[in-house]
Design a protein around this ligand. Structure first.
Ligand code: ATP
Length: 727
């Protein structure tokens, strides 16, 4: 670290002399320099990977085999070679020179022209979040979109990446290698602000399963891709460490977690990488390390665009181009040094001791107005605060006007014309793993997670066994006489109801699964069908183990009819019940994605189902509206308990006095409504099975039509309409 030459002095001198255009330092000298006499890189971390083109070609048997060839040809594109030839010199990075000449992965140029994003307000798309933004990003460079909170950074990034969330609408054009088309699958990676990682996997496993989900080809081929991504993100030391905490071991620090998130996108070897707030929640050391790693990644040829709220001086020194936004307006687009010059020209030179990013934000962030007001009050008592006393609105207007009439703005337009006048090679779809492979991978990955996460399954299993032992001992050996019928009905009701209620303990794990799905689906690594099938297949062994262990403990402690087929039916019935309940929990988890709300909702649903399950009041005696129809018919408790009682009592008889006998069904009818048909228990099992499928179909529909996003959109519109502060 001590070897990092931040050249803040260099920077200071350039900023302090920024008022004079001649004061611009040459791009290359502005950034990190080698120590005199050293040939190695200024920061020690693993070598950047050699992206193996031939391997990608071999893998691209689903239509994307020539994508790297395409990318390689892209360097030869006249417009790009012109760029690289120096009309806009890109700052050099130590060690980058070799990759510039022998570049194995080549990014694509991306241009956005007159890009406006509007969001819906009172049924009309009228609120502009991004206003007529122009800019470009070139292969091998870092382009940062900076600005205060809610200035439209993420929206602009999403718009360029073609991933706008409704109800936002985009106007304007985005060109990739001079071609106006959407970026195909695999040609770009998008890293969200929040890291959604699997805590119980190691870094290498996480990336390997991600590669299996994303890439076509054989399992063995993915290993080298993963190793390359690990090396590219300098994760070698952490490759075999668990991502989350485990026993007394701490999980990965935030910086490494972010690098894993980025590496996950790198397994696809994208030409363009979009990252929303890479330094979110990172300390200054992790932030610098991450940015240096990204700089090195860019030096292999990848085009990197990311958003950032604020940066240290050292980090700022690594950017190639900056797009400065305020309230959706572009206040500057161009090279980082020129931005300092621009502020200086507009009358806001960066003070010697201030970080440029802090200075920019200080000048354009309207939130500072409140602080200024506070300082004015303090000023009367405690002296002069004039250094922060700047009218933000005036500063923004001045900077915007200065930029519009500046040579920088004209140069951007010229460059946009150059980059778009001629169509370059189109990026091609890399092909993806087949649905069968993805189902197999998701199933195996979920099995692995369930077996490792004690909170996911093992603790539940222990609780189930404890519960059944408790119920079994409370109802121990209740006997087979007519008098024991009511007690036996009670024991079965308690067993089914409490088992299902206890399942709620697995909710946090389901919420994590859904969050992971939402993340993977948005990056096209997963889909609703694949996810649901994978989840179903992986949960079957665990639910079956739960059902069989609980059944055996309960069945023999209470002393139900001792026949193998009856015991098996009992276990099957409980298994179906758990399967239906699991689907219900997933549905609720998807709707709220919040442990507290989901727990409340599920407990309420279960209590309601217990209430109408026919035990507290026989089903036929329930008040018809609501309680009988539809509630008692949608409660899976009803069918499970009915099936289990039919299993226990059909075919039995009790002696009443010396000569009379009554059937078991008649004996039960006083306390529970069951059928005398020998097939009734199978009909109930079928209903339970249909419920398990039905809830999954419901969940599939919710996932397929992305209902959460529609609900969030309505909430958003509602908030914007009725909350003045939200506008
Ligand atoms: N899909 C959308 N629908 C409605 N409004 C939106 C949408 N996306 C963004 N906005 C609004 O646009 C404004 C800019 O949001 P954006 O997230 O792009 O800002 P940002 O600069 O990234 O800020 P932050 O760093 O705080 O996230 C915000 O006021 C936000 O509420």
């Amino acid at each position: 670290m001590e070897e990092i030459q931040s050249y803040s002095d260099n920077y200071r001198s350039s900023s302090s002399s920024a008022s004079s255009p001649a004061g611009r330092a040459p791009g290359g000298a502005f950034f990190y320099l080698r120590k005199p006499g050293t040939s190695r890189q200024p920061i020690s971390f693993e070598d950047s990977p050699e992206w193996d083109d031939a391997e990608i070609d071999a893998q691209g048997d689903e239509g994307g085999g020539d994508s790297i060839r395409v990318a390689t040809t892209a360097t030869a594109s006249p417009s790009l070679s012109k760029l690289n030839s120096g009309s806009f010199p890109s700052p050099s990075f130590p060690g980058a020179s070799s990759s510039v000449t022998g570049r194995k992965i080549v990014g694509a140029s991306i241009v956005w022209k007159d890009l406006t994003v509007m969001v819906k307000e009172k049924r009309k798309y009228s609120d502009k979040v991004v206003k007529s933004s122009n800019g470009y990003a070139l292969p091998g460079t870092l382009t940062v979109i900076m600005g205060p909170a809610r200035s439209g950074k993420s929206t602009l990034l999403r718009a360029i990446a073609g991933r706008l969330r409704s109800p936002a609408r985009m106007y304007g054009e985005v060109f990739v290698n001079g071609v106006k088309s959407r970026m195909p699958y695999g040609s770009y990676g998008y890293v969200d602000r929040e890291d959604v990682l699997i805590e119980s996997l190691t870094v290498r496993e996480m990336l390997y399963y991600s590669a299996l989900l994303q890439l076509p080809g054989f399992f063995s081929q993915k290993k080298s891709v993963v190793e390359d991504a690990i090396a590219a993100m300098s994760l070698g030391d952490y490759a075999n460490k668990l991502i989350g905490s485990h026993c007394y071991m701490k999980g990965l620090p935030n910086g490494e977690r972010k690098r894993v998130s980025i590496a996950r996108e790198l397994v696809m070897r994208p030409n363009i990488l979009f990252i929303d707030e890479p330094l979110y929640h990172l300390d200054s050391v992790s932030a610098l390390l991450l940015m240096v790693t990204l700089k090195k990644l860019a030096s292999t040829g990848c085009t990197l665009i990311f958003t950032m709220y604020q940066s240290s001086t050292e980090v700022f020194g690594l950017f190639d181009r900056i797009c400065l936004l305020s309230n959706g307006n572009t206040l500057f687009f161009g090279e980082t040094l020129a931005c300092l010059q621009h502020f200086s020209n507009a009358g806001f030179p960066c003070p010697i001791m201030q970080s440029p990013s802090d200075h920019f934000l200080r000048a354009i962030n309207t939130d500072f107005d409140r602080i200024i007001a506070m300082c004015k009050n303090l000023q009367d008592d405690q002296g002069d605060f004039s250094s922060v006393n700047m009218d933000t609105a005036v500063a923004i207007r001045t900077l915007e006007a200065t930029y519009k009439s500046s040579a920088d703005s004209a140069a951007v337009e010229t460059m946009i014309v150059k980059l778009t006048e001629k169509e370059g090679p189109r990026l091609k779809n890399r092909g993806r793993a087949s649905a069968a492979t993805r189902i197999a991978v998701l199933t195996w990955r979920s099995l692995l997670i369930m077996s490792r996460e004690w909170r996911y399954f093992w603790i539940r299993l222990v609780l189930y066994v404890l519960l059944t032992v408790s119920i079994g001992t409370v109802f121990f050996n209740v006997g087979h006489s007519l008098l024991s019928v009511m007690v036996r009905v009670a024991s079965i009701f308690v067993f089914v109801s409490f088992m299902l209620l206890l399942s709620v303990s697995g909710l946090p794990a389901h919420i994590n699964e859904i969050k992971l799905y939402i993340h993977e689906e948005s990056n096209q690594h997963s889909g609703a069908t694949v996810f649901l099938l994978g989840h179903l297949l992986s949960s079957i062994p665990f639910l079956f183990l739960t059902a069989i262990s609980s059944t055996l403990v309960f069945y023999f402690l209470v002393g139900l009819r001792n026949e193998f087929s009856l015991v098996m039916y009992f276990a099957l019935n409980i298994f179906m019940c758990l399967l239906a309940n699991e689907a219900l929990m997933m549905t609720v988890a998807y709707i709220w994605l919040d442990t507290f709300k989901c727990t409340l909702a599920l407990i309420f649903i279960h209590v309601m189902m217990m209430l109408v399950a026919g035990y507290f009041r026989i089903r036929d005696a329930l008040p018809e509206p609501l309680w009988k129809y539809p509630l008692s018919y949608v409660a899976f408790h009803t069918y499970s308990i009915q099936g289990l009682l039919e299993n226990e009592y059909i075919g039995t008889a009790f002696a009443v006095g010396e000569v009379r006998t009554i059937s078991g069904v008649q004996a039960v009818r006083g306390s529970y409504n069951i059928s005398s048909s020998p097939n009734a228990k199978w009909a109930n099992l079928l209903v339970l099975f249909s419920m398990a499928v039905g809830y999954r179909i419901l969940l599939f529909t919710l996932l397929r039509f992305n209902v959460r996003e529609h609900v969030t959109r309505c909430k958003f519109c509602w908030l914007r309409m009725y909350t003045p502060a939200a506008k």
